[in-house]
Design a binder for this molecule. Structure first.
Ligand code: WTA
Length: 635
């Protein structure tokens, strides 16, 4: 029996049982039957969560782009691989076939080589959602360079921190980017970032907005003339199964962003297999994920997973509100999209706009709807189900993380009965566990705890770039022999999982993970600020919004608070990006602290969430008096 495509609920259970009873045999079969290898593995899996170390398909040789491109050329050469829909609805959509994509990736790969990029070098990519983004990702993979895509909404400071952390040699960017009615000076941001990045030797610049930009001699090169000269054949570099494929940064509770390292073979196998089953992709389907390739969702489920299955994958440059709030549905109708994958924050924003933006369009092509990135509330789930899916398209609420590489807990559409706000059951091969505060596993149903995973899956991140110690501390130290996700979850009476949210200091705003520490650092740079603390509070569109408590050096007498608030948000925009701006800033005379001087964010969170009846005993604080003051002045 081929276990590659699951079509019924009983089959899910059968395959699941097989995958956990004998994981090595299970994944070996999937890998062998559905991918092309230059050399087979000598060992399917070796692992140790204590060390920690995980290796899948050891000694195998492959190149992921041969699996995503070359192998489809003879059977699907003229099929659309990438379907590019521009920001401006009047710009003709671009259908890039597998043959064309292959040629463009090879040309790009040759340009990288010509500019001195070799296997193992790091290349940062800071591009809008234009075809060059997907192509440059694949071109890096073609020659074994490690790509690190940085979301093009991050600021110059955030960009240079990431470039320096992975010591990239090159950055690929564009003259500018379009976002709705706005044009953003991307190259200007790169120029600013590069004031402080000694490792960067060259900058490749794609033309998109035709904005006036400065090109630095000997460092900056327009991409197109180089591509025009390049050969359209480029042999794929033969990679080891465990060679790094990419680094992708994600926020942690403390410290600088973590460069999660994903490797070649396991990542490929798992993203391809999950894509096939979670979206039930069939030949001739048109699949659309609205994420940005700057995030893991875009890596795994716009680029690698779909292409490894020979799918047609839509790439959208714009925003859901431009030219109006009907844009998503307009695109679904125009390209007859069959699978649509988005974030709860987008669903909530669109649900607010009323039915007229939806009803204008024919959404009958849709078969499967997906959501990812944060918990989806019941109201948004029903709106999605009724207005978009017309109650006939199952919703897959997919829980996973940058660190997991692929979808971990999810319904399989048309098989798993869905339940609003529940990600339902573990995907094939995934062994979740709920843990209590004392490090014990909680068995049985109708229980709640901290979500861990007991056994490795093929696409688990292997390390944090340059900091294996932090990898161990963050994910493998909280519980013995377990990967700790940082999320809380409950398991209902039938064993379905519902993710309740982060249990650490990561706050998810509009589906973006934000660590409190870098935001607080940015605020503290303001000369009037003495210290600050950030917490999340519920927001009806963004899921969470940020509440900042700020104490000023001279108690703020005579200062214009509104002006200060603007300056603080500007600092955050400069250091991180507009996604991290605070919704509320309260100036206080002090922050609640333990006797050892640690800020009690838990108390601040309760106050910001209007749950002051749940503060608990505050008398042991160093400064209990500030609590009442903070409550009194709540915004
Ligand atoms: C949250 C995104 C509830 C969770 C793929 C996780 C979710 C973090 C869901 C990872 C979901 C993701 N329901 N919460 N379906 N999906 N999350 O790294 O807190 O950007 O730990 O990866 O998003 O975010 P990341």
């Amino acid at each position: 029996m081929s276990n590659y495509h699951i079509k019924a609920f009983e089959e899910y259970f059968q395959v699941y049982r097989k995958s956990v009873r004998n994981p090595e045999q299970f994944w070996e079969e999937i890998a062998e039957e559905h991918f092309v290898w230059r050399k087979k593995w000598s060992n399917v899996l070796s692992w140790d969560f204590k060390n920690p170390e995980v290796k899948w398909f050891e000694d195998a040789k492959l190149n992921i782009t041969e699996n995503c491109l070359d192998r489809h050329l003879s059977t699907k050469g003229d099929k659309t691989a990438l379907l590019f829909e521009a920001n401006d609805p009047n710009e003709t959509a671009e259908h890039i076939t597998y043959k064309q994509l292959h040629a463009r990736v090879c040309k790009f790969a040759n340009v990288l080589k010509e500019k001195g990029i070799e296997k193992g070098d790091r290349v940062c990519i800071y591009l809008p959602m234009i075809p060059e983004l997907a192509i440059s990702v694949l071109a890096c993979a073609r020659i074994g360079a490690i790509h690190s895509v940085i979301f093009a909404g991050f600021s110059a400071t955030a960009l240079s921190t990431r470039i320096n952390d992975c010591d990239a040699k090159m950055i690929i960017t564009s003259d500018g980017s379009y976002r709705g009615a706005k044009t953003i000076d991307l190259k200007g941001i790169v120029d600013e970032a590069l004031n402080d990045t000694p490792g960067i030797e060259s900058v490749l610049v794609a033309k998109r907005t035709h904005s006036k930009i400065i090109m630095k001699d000997g460092r900056d090169y327009w991409l197109q003339p180089l591509l025009d000269e390049a050969n359209e054949n480029c042999d794929a570099e033969i990679m080891d199964a465990e060679d790094p494929l990419f680094i992708l940064y994600t926020s942690g509770s403390t410290g600088k962003p973590k460069g999660m390292v994903h490797t070649s073979a396991g990542y490929m196998v798992y993203t391809a297999y999950t894509f096939k089953n979670v979206f039930q992709y069939k030949e001739n389907d048109v699949y659309w994920c609205t994420a940005d390739i700057g995030w893991i969702t875009g890596h795994s489920y716009i680029v690698y997973g779909p292409l490894a299955n020979g799918a047609t994958t839509v790439m959208f440059e714009g925003v859901p509100s431009y030219p109006d709030y009907g844009r998503f549905w307009n695109i679904v109708e125009k390209h007859k999209v069959t699978q649509f994958y988005t974030a709860p924050t987008a669903i909530r924003a669109l649900a607010k706009q009323g039915a007229e933006f939806v009803d204008k369009y024919d959404l009958s092509s849709l078969k499967v709807l997906g959501t990812v990135g944060e918990p989806i509330n019941e109201e948004a789930w029903h709106w999605y189900d009724e207005n978009i899916g017309k109650k006939k398209s199952p919703i897959v609420d997919t829980w996973w993380q940058t660190e997991t590489g692929g979808i971990m807990i999810t319904p399989i559409p048309f098989s798993t009965p869905t339940k609003p706000t529940y990600a339902t059951l573990p995907f094939i091969g995934i062994q979740p566990a709920l843990m209590d505060e004392n490090g014990k596993e909680i068995n049985g149903n109708q229980v709640e705890g901290r979500l861990c995973i007991k056994f490795p899956w093929p696409s688990i991140a292997r390390t944090i770039w340059g900091n294996h110690k932090r990898y161990k501390e963050t994910y493998f130290s909280a519980y013995d022999n377990m990967y700790f996700t940082g999320d809380g979850a409950l398991r209902d009476e039938v064993g379905y999982y519902r993710i309740t949210g982060r249990v650490d200091d990561v706050i998810i705003v509009s589906g973006h993970n934000l660590g409190t520490a870098p935001i607080e650092d940015a605020i503290n740079e303001h000369q009037a600020v003495s210290e600050s603390a950030i917490v999340g509070f519920p927001h009806d569109v963004k899921g969470n919004a940020l509440y900042g408590y700020v104490t000023l050096k001279d108690s703020g007498e005579g200062q214009n608070h509104d002006h200060l608030r603007k300056e603080i948000n500007q600092l955050i925009t400069d250091r991180i990006g507009p996604i991290a701006k605070l919704d509320k800033i309260q100036f206080t005379n002090g922050l609640p602290k333990t006797r050892s001087g640690k800020i009690m964010r838990r108390i601040l969170r309760k106050i910001a969430c209007n749950e002051t009846d749940q503060l608990g005993d505050t008398s042991t604080l160093l400064n209990p008096e500030v609590v009442q003051e903070i409550i009194k002045n709540t915004l």
